[in-house]
Design a protein around this ligand. Structure first.
Ligand code: NOJ
Ligand code: CA
Length: 673
């Protein structure tokens, strides 16, 4: 006979099934300010997380776990063995960066899970909630069933609560990250690179999905999978053989990051990606890691005046490099890059197997004389390794190549990977490239060399751990305004990239074009901005190495160059004052080595008046504001060079009105009086 209790239970079970289903382990985690809530549910079918911001869902229950080759999915039938919580409130000092002190304040939830049946595999998920977003990563400990294995798929989902506005570039394209950004509904994304930036105008929320600490794993793209078209799934960029990740336990995946802010402008003040990276592993690097500005034999190739190939049009000649050194020595420029300096650039170097030799100068360029001359003038040459995507060819020479530069007193190298496939088959974002680039950074450190990489895998904040990893391209940079056979960039490009690509880390965009007339070889290309806008980019685009990209003769006797001379590349603080993606941006940064502040404001193709509140300046202090602004008739289309330089005394109570012309900008140095 059934007891009355059992009968009641049977009745309830059959009517309200959920209440009597298997116990659901639910765990919650709050950000320090309580505005962000992470909820993790251990459902029988699988582990799920969701995120609320200000009590509203932004990510609905989303799947976690892995598909593993030759084994069942590692995702469900889990026992929550243990849940540890930790509170962290600390500060740390980066070697260089957007600010001298970074706060790392977060709450952590560390879940230890084990399969109840079957292979009884174990894994962990660690969540961290900060005031500026959430990071989570998987940890797979050593165990018999998982020693060396292949990840066929990472099941992580981002089931967005709404069809947000998205700013994105498509993944799996030949030009990698070198595209202009699309602005569409989230539901229009097929597969996107990260950072992917989303805004919800009705909700007053801005979200960016990216990753932190990408080491020995594949880069993550985001693919639209669900029927509602607003759920994105991690899509790890595979090797040529289809494997996503060759793994070995113990394994820690990169952090999946979801930055969350009240506005797109606020996203730019987030340190979440850096906070999720490990501290400096290189120790004292002060003898060679030096933020600064550089020039280079570069733009003249992109605008067709000169060539990388040896011969008549050769850019890299001893004489030409001396001219750059002479100009740089008179200004606050620390290095001169020489592209085409080495053997192997003949003809169409990008369309054949690489022929580069990394320790032999081309005929016509005397590297010993050039390095000596540079050092006699108090600066250094910057090395260049173009690989044409030939990784094996590069790795064969790598040790020798960096040793060679060290012998020459070179402390900074730009490397690049032009070409759609590495070694003819691998992707620029997969584990192959992640491993290779790690080797580059570590080898460079061994020879006391800073790294500036083009066409490499995206930034995930590894500069904190490896502070010789200064900057990278990973963006459709200035070069597209020079030599691109299709069109150059649009005027709104530079007011999009700080909110998207910029969230991943420093960007070697190479601003500072002063001469807008280079039609001789490039009748269809333009720099889509005014001169004042070019100056403002030194503040709005963050990079510890900033190029003054134009030719020395184009800077000669131009008063506006004083701003490039003055502007620092290392900051004690950075503040985004205002901005709307694709429209305008106002940034203020304080010099790390003085009490000066700098401001950069830029607009898209539309003129606009922007009031700016100077309350970031010190109380009770007066400043001389040196203002570089668009002249009344400036316009990127037909009068880009028209600039006015004026000076005025201001304090934190002054409200300045910035008058930006189409494609224009304002750059200001505030000198404390
Ligand atoms: C592409 C890089 O982005 C560019 O800066 C460089 O000049 C060329 N490759 C040649 O190496
Ligand atoms: Ca490039």
């Amino acid at each position: 006979m059934f007891s009355r209790h059992k009968l009641l239970a049977f009745f309830l079970l059959s009517t309200t099934f959920d209440a009597f289903a298997e116990p659901v382990d639910q765990q919650q985690l709050l950000s320090p300010d309580g505005r962000i809530r992470v909820i993790v549910n251990n459902q029988p079918a699988g582990l799920e997380y969701s995120i609320n911001f200000n009590d509203k869902a932004i990510i609905k229950p989303s799947r976690l776990g892995f598909a593993i080759k030759g084994q069942p999915d590692l995702a469900g039938d889990l026992e929550l063995v243990k849940a540890d919580k930790e509170t962290v409130r600390k500060q740390w000092q980066p070697v260089w960066g957007e600010r001298a002190t970074v706060s790392d304040e977060h709450n952590e939830l560390h879940l230890y899970l084990a399969e109840k049946t079957g292979l009884k595999r174990k894994f962990e998920v660690v969540f961290r909630a900060f005031d500026d977003g959430v990071g989570f990563r998987y940890v797979i400990p050593e165990q018999e069933q998982l020693d060396t294995f292949s990840i066929e798929d990472e099941l992580t989902e981002f089931a967005f609560a709404r069809n947000y506005h998205a700013w994105w570039i498509p993944a799996y394209r030949d030009q990698d990250y070198e595209y202009q950004y699309l602005n569409s509904a989230l539901s229009s994304i097929d597969v996107a690179h990260t950072p992917l930036t989303l805004t919800g105008v009705e909700d007053n929320v801005a979200i960016a999905v990216h990753e932190a600490a990408l080491i020995d794993y594949a880069g993550m793209t985001l693919r639209n999978t669900a029927e509602n078209h607003i759920t994105l799934k991690a899509d790890l960029v595979p090797w040529a053989d289809g494997t996503r990740v060759y793994a070995q336990t113990p394994l820690e995946t990169p952090w999946r990051t979801i930055q969350i802010a009240d506005s797109a402008a606020d996203l730019l003040n987030s340190d979440l990606v850096l906070n999720l990276n490990e501290p400096n592993k290189l120790g004292d690097v002060s003898s060679y890691v030096k933020p600064g500005k550089y020039m280079g034999v570069w733009w003249e190739m992109h605008i067709g005046n000169k060539s990388w190939s040896p011969g008549e049009d050769q850019g890299a000649t001893t004489e030409r490099v001396r001219q750059y050194i002479d100009f740089a020595a008179k200004h606050d420029i620390d290095g001169v890059l020489v592209e085409g300096w080495n053997k192997g650039w003949e003809g169409e170097w990008w369309s054949r197997k690489p022929t580069f030799v990394f320790d032999e100068p081309v005929v016509g360029f005397d590297i010993d004389a050039a390095t000596e001359y540079a050092q006699s003038k108090g600066l250094r040459l910057i090395g260049h390794h173009e690989t044409a995507a030939g990784v094996a060819h590069y790795e064969e020479q790598m040790e020798r190549a960096f040793a060679y530069y060290k012998k020459q007193g070179i402390q900074s190298v730009k490397m690049g990977y032009v070409g759609p496939r590495l070694d003819g088959k691998e992707s620029h974002q997969g584990q192959f490239m992640v491993r290779h680039f790690q080797k580059v950074v570590e080898t460079a450190a061994k020879y006391d060399i800073m790294v500036n990489a083009h066409e490499t895998v995206k930034d995930t904040g590894l500069r904190r751990t490896y502070p010789n990893l200064m900057t990278r391209e990973g963006v459709r940079g200035m070069e597209y305004n020079g030599g691109s056979p299709d069109t150059g960039n649009l005027p709104n490009h530079t007011v999009i990239i700080p909110f998207t690509r910029g969230l991943s880390g420093p960007t070697d965009f190479t601003p500072g074009i002063f001469n807008f007339d280079y039609k001789k070889h490039r009748p269809n290309n333009r720099v889509p901005s005014t001169l004042a806008n070019q100056l403002a980019l030194y503040v709005t685009i963050y990079s510890p190495l900033q190029m003054a990209a134009d030719l020395p003769e184009n800077y000669e006797s131009k008063p506006a160059f004083k701003f490039i001379d003055d502007v620092p590349t290392d900051w004690s603080d950075s503040k985004t004052l205002a901005g709307e993606i694709g429209q305008y941006l106002i940034m203020a940064r304080q010099d790390k080595h003085s009490s000066d502040w700098y401001l950069g404001a830029i607009t898209n193709e539309e003129a606009r008046m922007l009031p700016v509140d100077l309350s970031f300046l010190e109380p009770a202090a007066q400043y001389r504001a040196e203002i570089y602004r668009d002249a009344a008739n400036a316009d990127w289309r037909d009068n880009p060079e028209a600039i006015e330089i004026v000076s005025q005394t201001v304090s934190r109570d002054t409200v300045l009105s910035l008058d930006l012309k189409p494609g224009g900008g304002t750059a200001i140095r505030f000198i404390k009086l």
